[in-house]
Design a protein around this ligand. Structure first.
Ligand code: ARG
Length: 475
């Protein structure tokens, strides 16, 4: 056997060295080193699979596994080595091969038998996405828990529910908080979907055509914790739908966080004063001593653009690709890693800020007691007395107009004036007009009546206690 003189992964047919600038341009260890432990796990599975097909002897498998363990241990503990040795590696696959050859000599070159970096990177990346989705599920679990605590602590606080940012009907603050919680609970389903779409092992796809050593693909998949193998080798090396699914799930989370942020920024303004910003999640102004700014929420809202950007970036990378592996696919990682890190941080900060926020219950109650919020109740009252709704709506509109003309609150109009507009108004009308009555009337499942909200709290608590959310386990 002719010994190789250099440690490159390719180059036998090349006469000239790569251009320096291009060489730096095509290297990716700086970011794909994040896949190192997955790469080593795949290498272990591959080494084992090479024995039954006669490429490795049992002793060679043993030696290779021992070296891979050593490399993994060193990578975890010796950051100086990771830096210096990594600087000489083209990518994470090259890094492990070089380290293996240092350990084992030419035996290290045998591991790459019948396989390609194209399938390796797809497999590593899938494993990353599965773990990443589980981590984000745990972050969502913590945020949902903050909502649950606040919803429980504020069960009896009414607020002015709004549509079009105009006072509409009274609701419970807990109901408002649980609305956000529902959105984040849906995100868990999206993450589970992304993890399920990543859960197929491409190893055995080769560079594009498959494997010629009759490697046991299912055994490799099982060894790595995948529940299935990919169905087509060309698709196996080029499918990045799992990454798109994950980025879409992250974009959904960021969008929900951004909407939550918007609510809290508005509620913290002097005009609303619904929430008291926690000192530990706010900053001051270098100029205006009185300021306490909702920076945690503003930054969460601001960072959302990057997450959406990462999704659009990958969609754009993928849209023009011919079938099979193309080097463009190397561009799938950096934006996804960054989006994952940002969303993990955003969730952590949001969970802390929601839990630490104090609600100005007096302000919320006083806004809820705006009589205008009860106009629909008045129309519903007339409906119960047999007036068709459209007519009832019109009558109440006239009541409001009369009160406005007299410059008094419409709830202060005497029964006689009301009776002039409709004989259906009776003595029990004024009793039916209260925030409490309005709230308790909404007792459908999913409504804002105290009983319905208590059920919703119990329901969220049950879902949170389910193992899937707590641990981010596969569904
Ligand atoms: N670094 C590449 C990527 O991230 C994997 C290796 C590509 N294969 C190749 N033949 N250049 O997609």
């Amino acid at each position: 056997m002719t010994e190789r003189k250099d440690d490159r992964l390719w180059g036998g047919r090349f006469e000239r060295e790569p251009n320096k600038q291009f060489d730096a341009f095509q290297r990716c260890f700086a970011f794909d080193r994040r896949l190192l432990l997955y790469e080593i796990a795949v290498d272990r599975a591959w080494a084992k699979a090479l024995e039954p097909v006669g490429i490795f002897t049992a002793a060679e498998v043993k030696q290779t596994l021992a070296s891979l363990d050593k490399i993994s241990e060193r990578a975890k503990t010796d950051s100086a080595w990771l830096e210096s040795f990594g600087a000489t590696a083209e990518d994470v696959h090259h890094f492990v091969e070089k380290a293996l050859v240092e350990e084992l000599g030419s035996l290290g070159w045998k591991l790459h038998t019948g396989r390609s970096r194209n399938e390796l990177v797809a497999t590593d990346f899938r494993l990353f996405v599965i773990d990443a989705a589980a981590e984000i599920q745990r972050g969502l679990g913590a945020l949902l828990n903050s909502f649950l605590l606040q919803a429980k602590a504020n069960v009896s606080v009414p607020m002015a529910g709004m549509t079009h940012m105009q006072h509409a009907q009274p609701i419970l603050l807990s109901h408002f908080l649980l609305a956000h919680a529902e959105a984040f609970a849906r995100d868990i389903t999206r993450l589970q979907h992304a993890a399920a779409s990543a859960d197929a092992c491409p190893m055995g796809s080769g560079a594009l055509a498959g494997n010629s050593f009759a490697i046991d693909r299912n055994a490799i998949a099982r060894e790595l914790g995948f529940s299935r193998i990919t169905a087509n080798s060309l698709d196996g090396v080029s499918d990045r739908d799992f990454a798109l699914d994950y980025l879409f799930a992250l974009t959904g989370i960021a969008t929900h966080l951004s909407r939550l942020a918007e609510d809290f920024v508005i509620f913290a303004s002097q005009e609303f004063s619904y929430v008291i910003l926690p000192d530990d999640f706010s900053t001051g102004s270098s100029l205006m001593p009185q300021k306490k700014n909702p920076d945690a929420w503003e930054l969460i809202r601001g960072k959302t653009g990057r997450i959406t950007g990462a999704l659009v970036s990958l969609l754009t990378t993928l849209k023009g690709l011919p079938t099979s592996y193309q080097r463009d696919l190397q561009e799938d990682k950096e934006a996804l890693f960054a989006a994952h890190d940002q969303v993990a941080d955003m969730l952590g900060v949001a969970a802390g800020a929601v839990a630490a926020t104090k609600f100005n219950t007096e302000r919320l109650k006083s806004a809820a007691s705006n009589p205008a919020l009860l106009a629909t109740e008045a129309a519903d009252y007339l409906v119960r007395k047999g007036v068709p709704f459209r007519q009832a709506h019109d009558i109440v509109g006239k009541v409001l107009r009369d009160a406005e003309k007299q410059n008094i609150s419409w709830t202060a109009l005497p029964l006689e004036s009301l009776k002039r507009l409709s004989p259906a108004f009776e003595a029990d009308f004024s009793r039916s007009l209260s925030v409490d009555a309005a709230l308790s009337s909404k007792k459908v499942p999913g409504g804002t009546a105290p009983e319905s909200v208590a059920d919703a709290i119990a329901n969220l608590e049950r879902r949170l206690n389910k193992k899937a959310i707590k641990t981010g386990a596969k569904p």
